[in-house]
Structures are given as C-alpha cells and as structure tokens.
Design a binder for this molecule. Structure first.
Ligand code: FAD
Length: 489
C-alpha cells in the first residue's frame, strides 16, 4: 500500500489526510502539539470554555464535502446552525448597528441608524457577488501554478472578465464609492482583516469577502468551533488515518530531488508522498535546510497577528451577541499603526466573541466567556509585554465607556494569546494569522504553490500557501493538494 505522511494536524493537514486516505493511501499525521487543530483548538479555564483561535465559521460546505466524499452524512457527525444575526457593531458615539443575515432587514437597519441609503448595501453586495463569480474558480479552487488551470473555457471566460475585479484601487477607495456614511465605509473596510490585510493598501478585489459572509452565511458549530477539528479527526480516523501527537518533524528526507519521508527524533519514517501543513516559511527554514530556498516568496510581507484576552466575565450582557465589534475612531490611523509602525494603536477596534450566548455551558451560570481580540502587527521582536499591558488598559477603557461598566471588577479569569505564542503554538512565522498579507494586487499569484517544483512528491497545504488563510481557504488548499496527488493503483 502506498504511504503518505502529513506534517501537522492543522485543519488543512487533517483535511488533506482525509482526502489521501480516500485515494487509497495509508496516512500518518505527525503533530507536534498534544492536540489536533493547530490554531483551531480550544481550552477550558475555571469553568469557562474558549475557542482558542477562529470564531467565525463561513462556507461550511467545504467541511461537509469531506464527509460526503467519504459516503457519510455530515449531519450525523457535525452539526451547525446558520446565524440570523451576523455581527453587532458599536461606535464610541453610541451608534449600534446589527448586521442581519437577511439583507432587506440589514438595509432597514442601515437606513435607520446611519446616513447611508438602503440601496447602498445592495450595490455593494452585488459587486461583491460579481467579484466572487469571476475569481472563485480561477483563484480559489485550483492551483495557479499549473497550466491546465487556465486551459479551459470557464477559466478563460473568467480571465477575460478580470478587469471587473477592481484590482487597481484600494478597498478603502472603492468603499468610499459604495457608501455615503463614514460608519458604513468602516464596516466595509473591516473585511480586509478577514485575511489579515490593510484596507488602505489591499486591492478592492478583497470586497469579495462580504459575499461569503452575507450571501453564503455565517454559522456556528453547535459544539463550538473546535468541533470542526474534532469531527474531521474522527472522520480521518474512521478512514484509517493514524495521528501521532507530540511528534515534531525535524526534517523532510530528500534524495535525488525526490522526497522519501521525514525524520522525527533522529528516526526515519518513509513515505511515497509528503504533505507539509507547517507554515511554508518554517518548512523551508527548519525541515528543508539543505534545499534551495524560494527567497522571494519567503520574504513576502506577513498578514497581521492578534492579541487576545480570554476573559471569564461574571455578568451577562443583553446588548451583546455572538460577534461584536467596537470600532476605533480613526480606522486609517489604526491600520497605519499596525502595518507601518508595527505597533499597537491606542484606540484599537475591539472584537468580542461570546460563544456562551449560543452554547450556555461554555460559561458558569450568570457569566459569559469573552474572546476579546484586537488586530496587532506580526512579531518582529517588539516589546510585547509592555504593548500587551498598555493594550489591556486601552481595551478596558473603551469597553467601559461603551457598555457603561467597570470591567476590571467583572473579570474572574484571564488567559492571553499574543503573536509570540501564536508562533510557538502553531509554527506560524511571526505569529501571522493568515500567512502572507494581501496588501498588493499580485498577492494571489505570489503565494507558494501547493507542490514543490524542485522536489518530487512534496506538497504544501494550509493558510500560508495558495489560496491563503482562513478556514475555508485552508480547506481549499487541502482540496487542491488532494486532487493533485494521484490515486494509488
Ligand atoms: P495551523 O492551524 O497553523 O496548524 C498547523 C499545525 O501544524 C499545528 O498544529 C502545528 O503544531 C503543526 N506543525 C507545524 N510544524 C510541525 C512540525 N514540524 N511537526 C509536527 N507538527 C507541526 N479563520 C477563519 O476562517 N475564521 C476566523 O474567525 C479566524 N480567526 C482567527 C483568529 C485567530 C486568533 C487565529 C490564530 C486564526 C484565525 N483564523 C480564522 C485563521 C485560521 O485559524 C487559520 O487560517 C487556519 O486554522 C489555518 O489552518 P492550517 O491548516 O494552515 O494550520
């Protein structure tokens, strides 16, 4: 039987393992942590459960597809619900706006709470849909590094429509043309953060993202985000995949420009195919030290990182929902601070995710589990301890003002994740959340391919390679890899 080894049990590593098992490989996944999921994991503290990383679940069809490929009914193993309410937005002047999944209702809300007109959101979302329809097949679902991708009629048609994808102005510029109210421009610009980019630099092509959230919907896995990981690990195990935890891969074995397996604890493990789910930067720097390094790709700007305070709070707040955003007053200044100064802004936009709103047992009675996150730069050796202490004061000040509370008195437990620990827990270079940034119009073409052009039978999957970061794209990278690797005969 042909053997495949997957390095890393991040969501893309697990999905790749499922796909390879279905192609007839005997698959072993080696994971350096004691648990699967990488960024998509969870922990408990003092009676509170927290999803450690991702909190927004979109495009569930990419998870379902894996169960269906295996001939199983997804709902037997993984349940989730569609959210009526996508996000609650708050501004320091007291404006509260709820983004409803029902766009008609959202348009009414916009007209009632801002100076933008109802039609503006429809025009904005129509453009988003158009960009999705042009780019989806070309940029997201196939390798950009194989000629065959481009040699078919649907792709060629999409390529001819490329001028319509708004690649030559920034998101922020484009959004000024869609919305008349500054608050709505800020709402639209926030979508750049969904892949760790800066809306004042990133091309307006990223305005594709709202279509994914507003049209396909925002979802919540009934057992929490970590259930995406667990249900796919269970599926992989049912297909015969073996997971080896606490197993850091030290080297990828290469002989005569072909991979032969890996080395762990100085022991060789042989395989016909190796898939690396490790950040491509560290795959080259740590596991392929003697091979030629793709310097240009490894030098690219990384996406932003995050600072998260997991707070157990001894109060329940009616005004808060599952997803909440408290916007900064000056968004451009905030992004300049993050991307140009590589520092943390004094008035950060604060995101709070509260899963106990939908899953009551995530917090003790009368309490809530707050995943409180701000966007921060990637780690280039800043004095994080000082930055974190200052950020905490600024976040609390902002929330106290908006919610008219004294948060210090309400926090009963705290844990912190910062760019250094994101890097150390998942080997993400500089703690970036989404691999490389999308701050220029060529970014989609500059990510590392899903295969090595120099080393036979070596493949790459996950948020640091094509098509990019975030759960849906990481799952698509696994799909591309799975489809590229031949079935065993
Ligand atoms: P990772 O999760 O990076 O996992 C890689 C795995 O490989 C790790 O488990 C690591 O230990 C293992 N590994 C690495 N090297 C080795 C080695 N040499 N040997 C053995 N094992 C190794 N996405 C969304 O869609 N929605 C969100 O709301 C969202 N929010 C986020 C919030 C935060 C705080 C973070 C950190 C990320 C967020 N993301 C979100 C991004 C999303 O989590 C990632 O894009 C996605 O989970 C990346 O998956 P991955 O498969 O690339 O691997």
């Amino acid at each position: 039987m042909s053997k495949a080894i997957v390095i890393g049990a991040g969501i893309a590593g697990i999905a790749s393992a499922v796909r390879l098992a279905l192609k007839g490989y005997q698959v072993d996944v080696y994971e350096s942590n004691a648990y699967p999921g990488g960024k998509l994991s969870e922990f408990e503290q003092d009676g509170f459960r927290f999803d450690a990383g991702p909190s927004l679940f979109t495009m569930p069809q990419y998870v379902e597809e894996l169960f269906k490929l295996a001939g199983e009914l997804p709902q037997d193993y993984f349940q989730y619900e569609k959210l009526d309410e996508v996000c609650r937005y708050f501004w320091d002047d007291g404006t509260h706006l709820t983004a409803w999944a029902d766009v008609e209702k959202f348009a009414d809300e916009i007209a009632a709470k801002t100076t933008s007109k109802r039609e503006e959101i429809f025009t904005f979302l129509a453009k988003s849909k158009q960009i999705y329809e042009i780019t989806n097949h070309v940029f997201l679902e196939k390798s950009l590094h194989k000629l065959a991708t481009f040699l078919n009629i649907p792709t060629l048609k999409s390529v001819l429509r490329l001028p319509k994808i708004d690649a030559f102005r920034s998101m922020a510029k484009a959004n000024e043309s869609f919305f008349s109210d500054k608050k709505m421009i800020q709402y639209a610009n926030r979508y750049a953060t969904y892949n760790g980019s800066n809306p004042y630099q990133a091309p307006a092509t990223l305005n594709v993202i709202p279509h994914l959230e507003q049209h396909f919907g925002a979802y919540f896995p009934k057992k929490g985000m970590f259930d995406i990981t667990l249900s796919l690990v269970n599926l992989a195990e049912r297909l015969g995949v073996k997971f080896h935890y606490n197993s850091y891969v030290e080297q990828i074995l290469v002989e005569n420009k072909e991979t032969k397996g890996i080395i762990i604890n100085a022991k060789k493990h042989f395989a016909d195919v190796v898939v690396s789910n490790m950040d491509v930067y560290f795959t080259y720097k740590n596991l392929l030290k003697d091979e030629k390094q793709p310097q240009q790709i490894l030098k690219q700007e990384r996406s932003s990182s995050a600072l998260i305070f997991y707070w157990g709070v001894k109060k329940q707040f009616k005004e808060l929902g599952l997803h909440n955003i408290f916007f900064s007053d000056d968004y451009q200044k905030e992004f300049n601070t993050i991307f140009k100064e590589k520092a943390v802004d004094d008035d950060p936009t604060v995101y709070i995710n509260i899963t106990s709103k939908l899953k009551a047992d995530d917090a003790p009675e009368g309490c809530e589990n707050w995943f409180t996150m701000i966007n921060v730069p990637n780690n280039i050796g800043q004095d994080w301890d000082t930055l974190i202490a200052k950020a905490k004061l600024n976040i609390i000040k902002k929330l106290n003002k908006n919610l008219k509370i004294n948060l210090d008195e309400l926090i009963v437990t705290e844990a912190i994740l910062d760019p250094r620990t994101i890097e150390s827990k998942s080997f993400s270079y500089q703690g970036s959340l989404y691999g490389t940034s999308s701050n220029n119009q060529f970014a989609a073409f500059l990510r590392h391919a899903n295969f090595s052009s120099k080393i036979k039978n070596l493949y790459f999957t996950g948020g640091s390679v094509h098509p990019g970061g975030g759960i849906p794209l990481a799952l698509l990278s696994a799909k591309i890899v799975g489809e590229m690797i031949p079935s065993t005969s």
